[in-house]
Design a protein around this ligand. Sequence first.
Ligand code: SF4
Length: 637
Amino acid sequence: MKYCNSLTKYSRFFTREVMVGNIGIGGNNPIRIQSMTTTNTMDTEATVNESIRMINAGCELVRITAPSRKEAENLQNIKNELLKRGYNTPLIADIHYTPKAAEIAAKIVEKVRVNPGNYADKKKFEEIEYTDDSYKIELQRIKEKFTPLVKICKKYGTAMRIGTNHGSLSDRILSRYGDTPKGMVESAMEFLRICKDENYLEIIISMKASNTRVMVQAYRLLVAEMIKEKMNFPLHLGVTEAGEGEDGRIKSAVGIGTLLADGIGDTIRVSLTEAPEFEMPVAKKIIRHINEIKNHQKICSLIKNPLHSFDYKKRKTNTVMNIGGKNPPIVKGDFSLKKKITPASFFALGYSYSIALDKWHISEMAADYVFVGDHNLDFEVPGTLGVIYNYKKWIQDKKGYPLLTVNEYLKEKVKSEKINMIYTCFSDLSQELTNKLKTDKTAVLLIDTNNNNGIAEQRRLLAELINNKIKTPVVIGRTYQKMSEQQLQISSSVDIGALLIDGLGDGIFISASECISDQNNNSLSFGILQATRTRISKTEYISCPSCGRTLFDLQETTAKIRKETDHLKGVKIGIMGCIVNGPGEMADADYGYVGTGPGKITLYKEKTVVEKNIAENEAVNALINLIKKHGDWIEKN
Ligand code: SF4
């Protein structure tokens, strides 16, 4: 199934232009940046002030929640006040559950967002048996509820986003298609068909999820479906509930960046549990990175496509020590450019040394390998850390493992019996090399690229290996220079995340000592693996960005919960601002902390309510007790 113009030549999937007020989305317009306010919509002054901060930070469209009629009506006051202060940025009303609010808002603002999972349905988490006939009756019911809004939008020139969320699919869709990318696409398609029947086409579509793999697959499937049905609606990209800080930024860059690199996406929203104006710089960095891959060097086309772009399937590879096979991807640090390496240098790679016990302690985020180039290490390194030397240096001392150039590998007379890492670019792939790799059970490729579109070139290399039945594990290497640490965080997350999401890569190696400290580089590498769910080394927080519905201080609460639980590797905790959308949107969280009313919290174990309306000041302890009760708690070291 085709989902983008080309896997080897970047170009944007061409969509029809939809005007949202004075801003065009899709067509030849640049990728637009948008965000959402977090204030109470009834507080006009606060919402206007926050909108202005967002606009000044680069937000081109401002979304505001309208949970009921009164908030929808107040959008007029917000709009008037913004205009009075000289801002004509298009406004979007965010609607869940209340068609009447949508119908009011559609006459005031430039765009309404509806969630097909809850526009015409109340969510009860029920599994319902449908026959084809009873399903048709359901569709007719939806049509009756949704058509009035379509007619208003058509009459007032208002655009619409059909915004599907993985976590809030209707019981009807879940019963028929399951919790799948296919279900997400069908959820939007049902609404889209109603719009088409009404000849209303000012539509933008989104397929958000907090799981980056599900999100990427759903958008690709949607585009494939649109191509099949000869549609080309613009796409709004976003990773929901991405969280905050480094994790939120990496997750957003992985999900949004992977699709933009495919050429998919016309407007983006980075969703962080932080003040919304902090989202714009992240969005700009993602777009800047994609703009840099545009005019890339030629990559030969792919005749036979062996990649799994719609479902996750890890490339089958040999097991070479702890690399490849069923092992999670390894992290390799780079000490090669250091002036001096001392035992203390390894602290940055997740190791600490206890003098009393004369022992290295290994953290959950300890690098597996380190490249030291031609350095001499005259002390004991942590036993679990593999040390890689340049081949010529390795030949002299035979310590650790060698890194060879392709030339050295093809001519080698002596090699390691355990691991031989070969530095390889796409242009190095020759018949001679592939023949040798086929029979070598010690080889690991460290791939690199100089192509501006390194994603496409490295993906092409991996496709070539698959097509030639070469099972050599691959460490994805990227070198970065002359960029800020913040840009590096985004660029590397896009470049490497895009491959890992497709099941490609057995490890990562980010060489960027000019741009980032060793410690932050190590944390970035583990963050990318966590965001692609290829190696889980920490707690995962699925926290909503907050909006006018939020019932507590999300940032403060998230920080409190994080402080108590950040050692619970692999546990997924949803922290959601409201009971209306929270339970659905936290999707696959193991535990949920959801605001139910002012000062009141409800706790969930997966999708089941376990404690209702706990006082906020007791809720974090209650959450800890719940985690303990289910055996997921460990004490901090
Ligand atoms: S879950 Fe959070 S962002 Fe979503 S509607 Fe509720 S408070 Fe707003």
